[in-house]
Every structure is written in structure tokens, then in C-alpha cells.
Design a protein around this ligand. Sequence first.
Ligand SMILES: Cc1cc2nc3c(=O)[nH]c(=O)nc-3n(C[C@H](O)[C@H](O)[C@H](O)COP(=O)(O)OP(=O)(O)OC[C@H]3O[C@@H](n4cnc5c(N)ncnc54)[C@H](O)[C@@H]3O)c2cc1C
Length: 447
Amino acid sequence: MTWYHESLYDASSPAGSFWEDDTPPLAAGVDLGPLAGDAQCDVAIIGGGYTGLSAALHLARDHHVDVRLLESGPLGWGASGRNGGFCSLPPSSLGLSGLIRRYGEAEARRFISSQVDAIELVRSLAHDEGIDFRPQGDGTLHVAHSPSRFAALEEERDLLGGKFGVPVALLSRAEVAETSYDSTEQFGALLNKISFGLHPLRFARGLAEAAARRGAKLHGNSHVERWEKRGSEHHLVTRGGTLRARRVIVATNGFTRAPVNRMLADRLMPVLSNIIVTRPLTDDELAAQGWKTERPCSNTRNLLFYYRLLPDRRFLFGARGDLTGKPQDGLRMRALLERRLGEVFTAWRNIPTTHYWRGFVCMTGRLTPAIGQMPDDPTVSFGLAYHGDGVSAAPWSGKMLADMIGAGMPLSEIPEPFRGIPPRIPFPSLRRWYLGAALGYYWLQDK
Ligand SMILES: Cc1cc2nc3c(=O)[nH]c(=O)nc-3n(C[C@H](O)[C@H](O)[C@H](O)COP(=O)(O)OP(=O)(O)OC[C@H]3O[C@@H](n4cnc5c(N)ncnc54)[C@H](O)[C@@H]3O)c2cc1C
């Protein structure tokens, strides 16, 4: 179990996101509906987000594997259908210098380079499979929220651009004000020229449609309640039936819970991320804040603000926080985000918001993501924990899992920061307190 409120796991409720109101339903026949009776396949996937859907697509399309996917809610119900749509890198909270210190320069470079490929994979999947993913912006901005944080951006430029060859440019406060926007928390920015924004739910549903078209069998509303191994066969038991498979991929990310996945669940730290969206802004309102960019932005706060103007001119504003997940604490988070939006963008102080929602991002004790096989059972693979940067990392991870299972690609092909099961978090029942301490520390640092 985790300590969060049960309502966050209720896959029969919509996420409440703006994206749900802005996405056509899945094409008929893509979601086969709840698993009914007994079924069998070569590879079963638990979790219908980007990781699971991409694994299903690549297994079916590239390796002709008989694959079925089980998802608790509608396909894309988890983080994949409700994120901020920043297609960016890197999927780690270790920091670039931390990656080099722990893994050495060569592996850190492989890691970043794989994630440049991951961003390209999103574009090519959308192109090849005809996914209407609504790309937006010729880059993303990482904005210094205080004058002292500009130095950190200089270091990021030297590492990301200098050492790892990612096309970036450092912009002064005046340049950002001139080209993008100004605010009380804008002191220059690093422009990452390969990242961009997209429509997360359209992308998730597009992946599902592509996977189904290529022969994968996808079952929404099929929560795996029990998992047994009988001989060499896995039995995944849902309310309506049992799926038998030779291999299983766990793609449940921040929604991973015991008892189904106890061994993994105790190694993961689910963290809530929250988003508000305003009504569409008028020309005058945009001009009042000097906003003129399509580029998604995040700032240098540890408790991260991320924000972007959507194609219909609504403003999306997100931040991490809330340790309980209780509905009343959600209302408090919404009020906090609305207040902070008005403080950072003073011209928009009284603009009403139309949507608030939240969901889990997933972290590990080692602060890097995880792809691999269970140490006690190599027929079980997993791909998860993208540290809040999974829009490109998760589809890439799904492809890696498919290539490992379908073509025998060795795990050593995966850059080391991703490789293998993350360490067990000591006394996992204390995770809420660890997280509380970390949030308190970051809050003080941000001050
Ligand atoms: C509010 C928010 C904003 C974010 N913003 C960004 C962003 O802008 N950019 C970015 O890169 N990343 C962002 N992320 C993170 C990103 O969305 C995730 O990293 C990514 O979607 C992970 O994909 P996934 O498929 O691994 O997991 P998910 O999409 O979370 O899918 C896991 C699925 O597993 C299912 N599941 C769990 N248990 C079971 C079970 N027992 N049986 C069947 N199914 C089960 C769940 O229902 C869920 O749908 C954000 C996340 C959130 C919550």
C-alpha cells in the first residue's frame, strides 16, 4: 500500500484534466474493454500509459509478438493522459553534475544522448503512426526564478550544451522579456532547442490506436488484482478474467502498489504533481503580461513551477506538492496554485481557472529511472520512474523493453543510470516522512 488517499487510485473516475475535454474518444475497437474469461498471450503488460502502450506497439509492430495489455482505467488514465505535455529531458533528479559524478562522463553522455533519441522517437512515432499530438514551441525554457539561480543555468549550459552536445542557448533576462515573457520570477533562461510541448492525452490515445492497429490487444478497465506464477506461466487475475502469459512487463510507474507489485512498490516514491488551467486569455491579457511565446517553460525552483500557453490560449500552471492526496488537500493545492500564478504573473491575478487535476510522478532512491528484469524472475521486466520527465522517456523505455524481449537486446545497451532494479527504500512505510522532510528542505531552499 501507499500512504496516499484511496481516491487517487480510483480508475473509474476521470482525472478531471483539461485534456479529457479536448480529446476525441478512442477509435472504435481499440479498447477491447474489460478482460472477460480466460485469455493467453506471449507477453502481458500491466499499465496502459506511454511505457505500456509503446511496449505493446513495438512488440506487435516490430517483433510480431502476441501481446496483451491490462489497464486499471481507460487507456492513458494515469500520468500519461494528464501530464503537462513537456517533451523534454533528462528523466532524473540527480542533476547533470551528479550523473557525471556517479556514473562517469561516458555513461552520463550515453544517458543524455539516449534521451535526445527519446525526444526524436516521440516525433517519429507521431509521424509514422499518424498521431495528432499537437506539437508546440521551438524549444523549452528553463527560467531562473531568482538572480542567484542564473549561475546554475550557466553550469547547465556548459554541461548540456558543452559536454553533451544538446543544442541550447543562454538568454539574459532582457532577451527572455523581449522574445518570450516577463514576470516577477524571470531572471534569464536556458533555451533547450530540441524540447517542445505536446497534447499528452492525444499522444497517449494515438499510441493506443497505433498499437491496436498493429495487432496488440488492449483491455481498459482491467485492474490486475492478483498475480500468481504457476510453473512457467504468469496468471494475472482481474475482476472479469485471467490472463496467462510467459512474460510480464510492469509499466505501472507512480501507480504501482503492493500487493500486486510489492517488490517494486517498496522501491518507488510516488510524488503528486498538480496542474491548473485558466480560461482562454485575451490578446489584451497576454499583452499585459508581455507573454508572446509558444515555448513551454519551467523554472529553477526545486518544487518546480511549469507553465505554458496552450494552443487555445489557456494558461497551464503546475507544481509538485501535497503529501496526503485527500480531496480537501487537493482543494488547498488548487488555491495555492491559483495564488502563486497571480504572484508570478501579476497581470493574471484574477483570471479564473477552469480545471484542476493531479497525478503521480515516480521517483527512486537513486534518483534515476529504472529499466530491467526482476532479480528473482527474468521473465518479469519493468520500465518506470522517470522523475517527472516521462513524456519522451516512457515511450523510449517501452521501445527498449520491446527490443529486449522481442530481439534479445542485452540490458547493457541501456545507459547505466537506467539499468536494473532501484534499491529498496529503507523502511518503506516511512516514505511519507522522507518526502515531507525533502519537500520542507526544498521549500526552504526555494525561499
Ligand atoms: C500532473 C503531472 C504532470 C506531468 N508533467 C510532465 C511533463 O510535462 N513532462 C514529462 O515529461 N512528464 C510529465 N509527467 C510525468 C509523465 O506523465 C510520466 O512520467 C509518464 O506519463 C509515465 O508513463 P507510464 O506509462 O510509465 O505511467 P502512467 O502513465 O502513470 O501509467 C501507469 C498506468 O498503470 C496503471 N496501473 C497501475 N496498477 C495497475 C494494475 N494493478 N492493473 C492494471 N493497471 C494498473 C495505472 O492505472 C496507470 O494508467 C507529469 C506527471 C503528472 C502526474
